[in-house]
Design a protein around this ligand. Structure first.
Ligand code: ZN
Length: 155
């Protein structure tokens, strides 16, 4: 785990974490994605960013609210930033996800799922909670591998 801090979050002492939301960065380079995730103008962030080589960067502490989901809804819950952990996968948006990156994601998901007792049906993509508005993590995302690891429902 490495640390690259983002100033974009709401400070909390304690919160209920019910969801994990997976994204792709959708930018040309990792550097550009990080710059945006730290920009006080863009006002976006995530808790974790995973490089294509599988390095996990923590950008916001779990207890704080990162700004990754925007307008979102699942069941009766709205504005899922407040109740979720956001994970960004470095990916231009149309690329397949390298094995090392997926391996790191799966190990991170296992840790977070266990720590906060998150149900596998609450591990979702941004496109699930903001349909029509968002397309990430996209059709190349390996949901099957998550399902095989008990980290997703069957899709
Ligand atoms: Zn997203």
């Amino acid at each position: 785990m490495r640390f690259i801090k983002s100033p974009n979050f709401d400070l909390k002492n304690k919160r209920k974490i019910k969801y994990i939301i997976i994204h792709y960065t959708g930018m040309k380079t990792q550097k550009a994605a990080i710059k945006r995730l730290q920009s006080k103008v863009a006002k976006v962030s995530c808790h974790y960013l995973i490089s294509k080589t599988g390095i996990i960067y923590r950008m916001v502490e779990d207890k704080n609210v990162a700004w990754h989901a925007g307008k979102s809804k699942w069941g009766r819950d709205i504005n899922l930033n407040s109740s979720s952990i956001g994970i960004e996968m470095v990916n231009k948006g149309f690329e397949s996800y390298p094995r090392a990156q997926v391996k790191s994601l799966i190990s991170l998901l296992k840790k977070i799922k266990h720590k906060y007792k998150i149900k596998k049906n609450y591990i979702l993509g941004h496109e699930d909670i903001s349909p029509g508005r968002k397309k990430d993590p996209g059709p190349k995302f390996p949901w099957k591998k998550l399902y095989d690891s008990g980290l997703s429902i069957k899709r």
